[in-house]
Unconditional design. Structure first.
Length: 255
């Protein structure tokens, strides 16, 4: 494993040699025992992600420790006909049905070590994804957003009404609201039952979209990243322990 500076978070393109630690990291984040990989990516799966779409995979390090991982794939997507299936189906049960000439990026998964949430790790991972969209001239990014706090309001409103309420500021959702702040927009009427196995959402998700402001329809989506842009590095100074200027945030389960 590489070793990066101890005074900052460093986000780099994922490499096959990181895969074992990436898998152990994901299991830690979701409280799964090592070897219990029910809807958790294995090291072999992570190597497959890197092989099919290296431009869309990033790992965050503190020193030589993996503290965040993000996975993506390219897809064909029609906003008028959004997907309506469980997350595990969309991601090919972990193996990614990547479409090399797809014009949209799908945000497969992003997670941050509990001890590093609130350190800006998730923000740097999404920045890397947005930059990838721009450099490949993709139309934008699609993801499923777990409706993390829908269970609190399920007796009052349907998932579709809840999503519109979150977008209008009537409700705060500890996942979707943060994604809206980052520039995503929920597609109304695109709620997904049985999206994830997660109690507080009652399993509900909703399709969200970020549109690439730099997209050039005359150019079209590029097949691969320009060589000089592939090894991008993102850094963020590590906050001193005990700094409460930013409240720790739970990173999205899926997106």
């Amino acid at each position: 494993m590489p070793r990066f500076p101890e005074d900052r978070i460093t986000v780099v393109p994922s490499e096959p040699q990181y895969a074992d630690e990436m898998a152990a990291h994901m299991a830690r984040v979701y409280g799964m025992a090592n070897g219990d990989f029910d809807q958790i990516f294995t090291a072999e799966m992570y190597r497959q992600h890197i092989a099919v779409f290296p431009e869309g995979q990033f790992t965050a390090f503190h020193g030589d420790q993996v503290v965040g991982v993000t996975s993506s794939m390219r897809i064909r997507f029609d906003p008028a006909r959004p997907m309506n299936e469980p997350w595990w189906v969309t991601v090919g049960e972990g193996w990614l049905p990547h479409v090399p000439d797809g014009e949209w990026m799908y945000g497969v998964e992003s997670n941050v070590h509990p001890d590093y949430q609130g350190q800006g790790v998730g923000g740097k991972l999404i920045e890397a994804r947005f930059d990838t969209d721009k450099l490949l001239n993709l139309r934008g990014m699609v993801a499923g957003s777990t409706l993390k706090d829908y269970g609190l309001h399920a007796r009052e409103v349907t998932p579709d009404v809840y999503v519109r309420g979150v977008a209008e500021g009537v409700y705060f959702d500890s996942n979707l609201s943060k994604q809206i702040i980052k520039g995503f927009h929920p597609i109304f009427g695109a709620s997904i039952p049985n999206y994830v196995e997660e109690e507080s959402s009652l399993g509900w998700g909703n399709v969200i979209v970020w549109r690439n402001p730099d997209y050039d329809p005359d150019l079209g989506a590029l097949a691969a990243m320009p060589e000089d842009k592939r090894n991008r590095v993102y850094t963020r100074a590590l906050r001193v322990r005990g700094d409460t200027s930013t409240r720790p945030q739970r990173i999205s389960l899926k997106a």
